[in-house]
Design a binder for this molecule. Sequence first.
Ligand SMILES: [Zn+2]
Ligand SMILES: [Zn+2]
Length: 295
Amino acid sequence: MAGNLNVTWIHGSMNCAGNADPPIQVHQFDPDTFILRQSKCSDPGTAAQPGSSFEAPFLYLLFGISKALLLDTGATASAARFPVAAAVNKIRNDRAARLGRPVVPLLIAHSHSHGDHAAGDAQFQGQPGVSIVPLGLAGVKQFFQLPQWPNGTGTIDLGGRMLDVIPAPGHEPSHIAIYDRRERLLLSGDTLYPGLLVVNDWRAYRRTAARLAAFAATNPISHVLGAHIEMTTRAGLWFGLGTLFQPGEHRLELTQAHLTEWNAALQAIGTQPRVDRRTDFIIYPAGLPLPPLGQ
Ligand SMILES: [Zn+2]
Ligand SMILES: [Zn+2]
């Protein structure tokens, strides 16, 4: 049951021109679960014109018996710079060969519709056995049968592995969280991760926190796995936006206790948005001045 998170994530470079990291790091959490991280140096751009890869998002690939889910496709469209389809298809093909079974169909969903989570979609378009959940609220609601959005939950059946789809608007209107009943993972996207939690709709975000906390009360969580790392290992200290080098990163995984703390912090703040710097994440209402790196 317990997966492996004993990994050092690639975290960019002072000088991306001399960086030898692969464009995508693939980490096997367990035989059916893979975590991919985009290299900060895969599309660094220039000082005058930053590229797309500073976001260094995490992508999640989950296998069941009959289907696989890829949650998010990364920040960069170019297959030359960021060959996400090739990396995912290699994992699918290697797995099928090892098991002596056909390659399972792939469903691609998005934590939300921001470009740093969906830019790689184009690399998969038109591939046999691949379907892609449309971007945006209307398509997400329809695909996962969530007419009462943001209430209710949907499901994805991977075959022997059920996932719950939980509406999580606030950072972005069509944001979802995914709960893996088998491994008890909560894939939380940009809603909760060790970084600057940008809140675009305060009311919706607080309600999302309350719903996720209520969900977790009856569905225990082994790890909360988000889409970025922006905190350092030092309490409350973050790297700032747009960095290409993050030595001393916080761990990717958060705990159920973090989720409880996050919800309690939001409910304590109440209806008047303000920044709340915690040890492992920073709640940041969009539009306010960006918080300094440290206290
Ligand atoms: Zn986002
Ligand atoms: Zn993001």
